[in-house]
Structures are given as C-alpha cells and as structure tokens.
Design a protein around this ligand. Structure first.
Ligand SMILES: NC(=O)c1ccc[n+]([C@@H]2O[C@H](COP(=O)([O-])OP(=O)(O)OC[C@H]3O[C@@H](n4cnc5c(N)ncnc54)[C@H](O)[C@@H]3O)[C@@H](O)[C@H]2O)c1
Ligand SMILES: O=P(O)(O)OC[C@H]1O[C@H](O[C@H]2[C@H](O)[C@@H](O)[C@@H](O)O[C@@H]2CO)[C@H](O)[C@@H](O)[C@@H]1O
Ligand SMILES: [Mn+2]
Length: 447
C-alpha cells in the first residue's frame, strides 16, 4: 500500500450521492485517510431527497471519525463541482424504475433482460450518455484539473460516447466485476487479496478474459484456478459467500460452463448472457427481475441502515463496510494522486492494446495508473473466438452511440439486431418499439 508522501489533502465529490454504493465508499475513504488524506467530501445528486437520507448518516460518520473533514451534500452543480480533485461518478439515469423496464421488456419478448447487456443495456446507455457528459462538463467548468472515475453504467457505451464527445476530458471509466472476480481468485488460491495477483486480461467491459494470473514471484496460478473454475465457477462458498444473493450465486457458478468454451483463458461472469442466453431466459422470471431483488435487499439494507444511524445519532456500530467496489475506486484515486503506476484495469480507447482489434474500440485492459492517468499495457492478439466476439459486440456498442448522436432509429435497430443475444431483426424491432415508448422522457426523438 502507498505511504503518504506529502502534506496534500484531497477534495472528493461523489456524483450520485444517493447511490446504494455511496456508504461503502465513505467508509473506505474514512478508513484510509492515512493513505489518501481528505480535506473535503461532497455529494451531488439531482434527487435531493434520496441523497439526504445517505448524507444525514454520512454527516454523523464523518463527525465521529474525521471531524477535520468538511462534508456537504448539494443538488447545485456549481457548489458541488467547485474545488474538487476527484469526482467519483455513479449515477443511474432513470433510476430503478427504468432499470426494471430494461429487464422486463426484453424478457417479455423471450430475450435476456439485463442492466448492461443486450437491449436493456443499450436502452440504459442512451439514457446515461447525456447524464455522464453533463457531469464531465460540470467538472471541466468548475474544477478543470480534477479527474473523474466513472462507474455509471453501461460503462462500455458511456466510455465510447465520452471518447467521441469529450476526447480530451479526464474521465476514466471503470468496472468492479473483474475486481470482485480477482478477489475470488485470491480466496480460491489462499492469498490475502487481489493485490497479491499479477494478471493479464483483455476484452470489452463486461466482456473479457484473463490470459494469465501469477503471484508476485511469477509462479503461474492458472492451472490451479482453471481446475477450480471448471468445477465451481467463481463460487467460493462458506463465510466468503455468506451474504451473496441467490442470483449472484447462480452467476458465479455458471462461470464453470462459460470457462469450458475456451479452456485457455478464464472468463468474465457477464459472458454467460452472450454464450448461454436461452439458459438465462429460462432461469428468469419476467415479473420479478434483478431490480426487484435489489430494491428488496441492497436498497432496503442501505437506506434502513442510514435511517438507523440517524435515529441513533451515532454510527459507531455501523454495518457499512468497504468492499471491492469502494476499495477499487479509492485505490485508483490514490494511484493517480501519488503517481504510483499501480497496474489496474480501465475501460479505454484500444489504440493497439489488443493488436488485432479496431484501434478506436473501447476496450478493458490493464493500465499503469499515475498522475497522467492510465497508460495502457499491450495485451497482444485476441484469439479467433475472442476476436470474433469482441468485434461483433464492439460494433453493437458503436451503433448504439451512433444512434444517440444521429438520433437514428435505424442505427438503434441495427444495434439491437447485431447483438448476439437477440435472435432476429423482427424481435429486435418489437423490443425497440416498446423501448422507444418507455424511454420517451430520456432518449432523443429518433428519426
Ligand atoms: N461500473 C461498475 O462496475 C459498477 C458497479 C456497481 C454499480 N455501478 C453503477 O453505479 C450506478 C449506481 O448504482 P446504484 O444501484 O447504486 O443506483 P442508485 O439508483 O441507488 O443510485 C444512483 C443515483 O444517481 C442519481 N442520479 C440519476 N441521474 C442523475 C443525474 N443525471 N445527475 C445526478 N445524479 C443522478 C439518482 O438520483 C440516484 O441517487 C449505476 O449506474 C450502476 O450501474 C457500476
Ligand atoms: O445487480 P446489481 O445491482 O447487484 O449489480 C450490478 C453490478 O454488477 C457488477 O458489480 C457487482 C460485483 O461485481 C458483484 O460481485 C457484487 O459484489 O456486487 C457488485 C455490484 O452489485 C458490475 O460490475 C456492475 O457494473 C453492475 O452494475
Ligand atoms: Mn461493471
């Protein structure tokens, strides 16, 4: 871990202060002040009421654990984005109500309904693009030297849009899925955590493969991992998975079947949607999707715990704790702040990192993180299977951004039709037509 190297203290803004992930980030920041010192913590959200519930509990946490840190929550962009060093973005444009439709509309037509995958992911993409661009513009206006670490999904489409629309902006798009899987790999192998592993990984966001995993001494850990994953997927079980929800259990276990398609690599869990779509649909309930689970579990737990803290007037015994989502984003800020060149994943323009993939594709590869941001590492050639899949999926993501930029119905229909999980252009059109109606308050009017 990085030692504090000077007397700087940082100002951090969480954009999407009302996110269910905000308390985890707050806890991680407060636990890590020796490595990443703070002078200010701010929240910004366009839903002041939702944000206030988390902010009121955070105010107690900050007062008890780091009273020297100034804390405020606001819905005013100028107040939020002024005097900021790092923006941690995690907005959900359209909130859970729209996520629910992203999942349920495709399922009604017998197609996978998922937050970031297929028609649901594309629909969410067209809502997120203007929301995230607005955050970038606020940052550039009020704190031009700041960096934005963006989790807002679908990160692949958002990254492609910001690459085109704001090519010089200091936004870095990131994902916690490979991070969570690497924590699992470390647990499977008996290591302390993901930082004990040195890895090679390539693909698109929610669409990638590990080609190499080693320990710090260079010993190849792939054979042991493969043996485990072939049988159990990334399911660890026991205490490790005591709080893992049923649908995630299914996903981590299904990685065993995904792995079998290419035993020379280890897959991202999201590939199950592309490689086993019929199985996923068969295991889905069109009337009760992941959004319903999140509202019944994570959202309830987070807002319930905030309420409890506020009513008790203390957060001394809080259940909130750091997790892979929060530690990853704080580690990234620390690496940029202290120019550590730590090797971490980011979603960035390819520019040769995967040599036989379009240089303008937005890929996910390891980078060295320093004060100039991420420097991509070369991952060599994608194998034929991966090259075919990446090329197709990247075209889907590019067509989705074309559709948003050009307000083009045809481009969006092409994006839906090209997507591996949609069986034909007729079904693609039926889903699209339902989605146009559902997204009328968010999408541009399509010609
Ligand atoms: N990249 C990753 O790996 C990763 C991991 C986890 C979550 N996420 C993403 O993080 C985001 C938050 O997830 P969640 O489940 O906590 O959602 P959530 O609905 O609990 O929180 C999102 C917040 O964003 C706010 N918001 C929406 N539009 C906004 C806008 N234009 N400006 C400012 N605030 C706005 C909402 O009011 C809400 O408070 C989602 O985009 C989710 O997909 C990404
Ligand atoms: O369905 P959700 O809202 O629970 O999760 C959707 C997000 O899933 C990934 O993040 C996971 C993480 O990888 C998983 O192991 C667990 O710890 O929770 C995280 C968030 O739920 C994915 O990377 C995100 O992009 C999704 O938004
Ligand atoms: Mn992700």
């Amino acid at each position: 871990m990085v030692a504090q190297k000077d007397d700087r203290k940082f100002s951090v803004l969480i954009a999407g202060g009302g996110s269910t992930y905000t308390p985890g980030i707050v806890l991680t920041l407060l636990n890590g002040l020796d490595k990443f010192p703070l002078r200010k913590l701010k929240f910004y959200d366009n839903d002041g009421e939702r944000q206030k519930k988390i902010a009121d509990a955070t105010a107690i946490l900050v007062k008890e654990r780091a009273p020297e840190v100034e804390f405020e929550a606001t819905t005013d962009p100028k107040e939020a984005f002024t005097d900021v060093d790092f923006v941690m973005a995690q907005i959900r444009v359209g909130k859970y109500a729209m996520r629910s439709l992203d999942e349920k509309i495709p399922l009604k037509h017998g197609v996978v309904g998922q937050e970031t995958t297929g028609p649901g992911g594309i629909a969410y993409g067209l809502r997120s693009i203007p929301g995230v661009i607005q955050l970038v513009d606020y940052m550039e206006k009020y704190s031009p030297n700041a960096w934005m670490l963006n989790y807002s999904n679908p990160a692949a489409i958002v990254a492609e849009a910001t690459r085109r629309e704001r090519p010089n902006s200091k936004i870095i798009n990131i994902c916690d899925m490979p991070i969570d899987i690497m924590d699992r790999m470390a647990a499977i192998l008996g290591f302390k955590d993901r930082n004990d592993l040195v890895f090679r990984y390539y693909g698109l966001n929610h669409f990638g493969w590990w080609t190499d995993v080693r320990d710090k001494q260079g010993n190849d850990l792939m054979p042991k991992l493969k043996k485990y994953v072939a049988k159990n997927g990334y399911w660890v079980g026991g205490d490790y998975d005591a709080n893992t929800e049923k649908s995630w259990e299914e996903t981590f276990k299904k990685a065993a079947d995904v792995y079998k398609l290419d035993p020379s690599t280890l897959p991202n869990t999201y590939l199950k949607y592309y490689l086993y779509p019929s199985w996923v649909v068969k295991h889905s309930n069109p009337n009760y999707t992941r959004t319903d689970e999140v509202e019944a579990h994570r959202q309830k737990l987070v807002f319930g715990e905030c309420k409890r803290i506020v009513e008790a007037g203390t957060a001394k015994d809080t259940e909130f704790k750091p997790d892979e989502h929060s530690t990853y984003i704080v580690d990234l800020c620390t690496a940029i702040a202290y120019n550590t060149h730590q090797r971490m994943l980011a979603i960035i323009p390819n520019e040769g990192a995967i040599s036989n993939i379009d240089p303008t594709a937005t890929v996910e590869v390891p980078c060295l993180f320093g004060s100039n941001g991420p420097e991509r590492l070369s991952m060599g050639k994608a194998a034929t299977f991966q090259q075919g899949m990446i090329t197709e999926q990247n075209s889907v993501e590019k067509l989705a951004v074309d559709a948003w930029q050009e307000h083009s119905y045809t481009k969006l229909w092409e994006a839906f039709s090209l997507c591996k999980i949609v069986p034909d252009a007729g079904i693609a059109k039926d889903i699209l037509d339902d989605m146009v109606v559902a997204n009328k308050d968010y999408w541009p009017e399509l010609k």
